[in-house]
Design a protein around this ligand. Structure first.
Ligand code: RNT
Ligand code: ZN
Length: 416
């Protein structure tokens, strides 16, 4: 079946073996927070998630300890093809018995068990300071008018730079360190500039911590609104993009495709940013009406984002790809796996698009061919190439992995 599919694609000038070989080398960051509904280990797990984000659902089996989370991640890694990085939040610090450190005092040693975990599995690691779900959110963090609050969160950011550099050095791969805060207001503010100026100065103070830009890639992630911060977010799109543009060699922009107005598409924004920034970062999610962080699917916009990255020739590291969704209403391992596999599918699908031919049609003004050919690509035997990719990566094909997730649910998750 694969050789037939290969021939069909070859007739269009597409090399399926080459696409498979390429995809195997492209790192995608797997977020740790799908396993425990973004709770982490450093604060009271009964306290709600704050910062305008929400996990909904109460499916049994949430990971409650580092050991449980690591075991769950291990299964996801086994069920997903491709090169993975791990993506951690600062709130996933692991403390030795009886020890605890607040976020401004976190140290690399609190992430050593994660380094050991990554080393044993050949993974790189990305990192995120955690500016939410903490008593020091007043509720603002880096943009707070309160000097003490701001100091605490700046110190947290600086600690995270040191931890990111440690992760990069230990694992021999750059660490993308993403700054996102839920700072904002529920209702119409009287001062929109003040918080943004304070946010800017706070990020400046964080990035004043020494780091090697070849190892640590700080990003600022924007957002249009969140639950409880409907009227105004400090880190709006213009803010985050301008910050990154004003700090080349220090900061890169990060777009989360759940963070825009519903008719805006990140697929269109990717090439706009690539025209100016040497590197950009993405959070890949699936918004439904709002930033609902639904599990990523192999849907039109997901494919379109992947196509833009591939078309721009930027699978070689210019675009840092990370997943960001959290669904607590279904089996979390299945949610995690489906999302990662969907993004892999989207990338493979994009690699199987005869991009040069289509570009030529566009440049020659043959919009009829462009329209017809782009649509007819959808019925090519993509599934066979995907199955071959899974086989070569030694992971289950579609239809074969859910049972493994269910067995784990019966044997492990249901006993939690
Ligand atoms: C929230 C942002 C942010 C978080 C993670 C947990 O809207 O997308 O990236 O989802 O940091
Ligand atoms: Zn995000």
């Amino acid at each position: 079946m694969y050789s037939e599919a290969k021939e069909r694609y070859a007739a269009l000038g597409v090399d399926t073996d080459g696409a498979i070989a390429k995809l195997k080398t492209v790192p995608v960051s797997l977020h740790c927070w799908q396993g425990d509904d973004v709770r982490g280990f450093d604060t009271d797990p009964t306290k709600p998630l704050t910062g305008g984000i929400q996990t909904t659902g109460n499916y049994p089996g949430r990971a409650r300890t580092p050991e449980e989370l690591m075991a769950d991640i291990d299964l996801v890694l086994k069920l997903c093809p491709g090169t993975k990085k791990l993506n951690l939040h600062a709130s996933y610090a692991i403390f030795a018995d009886g020890e605890w450190a607040d976020r401004d005092k976190l140290e690399p040693k609190h992430f050593q068990p994660w380094v050991d975990f990554c080393k044993a599995r050949g993974l790189g690691c990305d990192f995120n300071p955690t500016f939410f779900s903490h008593p020091k959110c007043d509720p603002l963090t880096l943009s707070s008018p309160n000097e003490e609050t701001r100091r605490f969160w700046i110190d947290h950011g600086r600690a995270c730079i040191r931890i990111s550099q440690y992760l990069a050095e230990e694992l021999g791969q750059p660490c993308v360190m993403n700054i996102w805060t839920g700072d904002g207001f529920k209702d119409i503010p009287a001062d929109r500039l003040g918080p943004r100026v304070r946010y800017k100065e706070s990020i400046d103070a964080i990035l004043a911590e020494p780091f090697d830009f070849n190892k640590v890639k700080p990003c600022v992630e924007s957002k249009v609104f969140g639950i409880g911060v409907e009227a105004y977010t400090v880190g709006s799109a213009e803010f985050a993009l301008s910050y990154a543009a004003a700090h080349p060699g220090k900061c890169i922009p990060l777009m989360d495709n759940g963070h825009y107005h519903p008719t805006e598409v990140v697929s269109d924004k990717i090439p706009a940013l690539l025209a100016f920034f040497p590197e950009i970062a993405l959070h890949i999610t699936r918004p439904i009406r709002w930033d609902s962080d639904h599990v990523v699917l192999f849907d039109d916009e997901t494919r379109e984002m992947a196509k833009e990255i591939v078309r721009c020739g930027d699978l070689d590291g210019r675009v840092k790809m990370a997943l960001d969704y959290f669904d607590a209403s279904v089996n979390r391992i299945a949610a995690w796996t489906l999302g990662f596999r969907s993004w892999q599918k989207a990338l493979l699908y994009a690699l199987l698009t005869p991009g040069d031919d289509l570009k030529r049609a566009q440049d020659e003004g043959d919009f009829t061919a462009l329209l017809v050919e782009q649509d007819e690509l959808k019925t090519l035997p993509f599934g066979e190439v995907w199955a071959q990719y899974c086989r070569e990566c030694g992971v289950p094909e579609d239809g074969a992995w859910l049972e493994e997730a269910r067995r784990y649910e019966r044997e492990v998750l249901s006993r939690r």
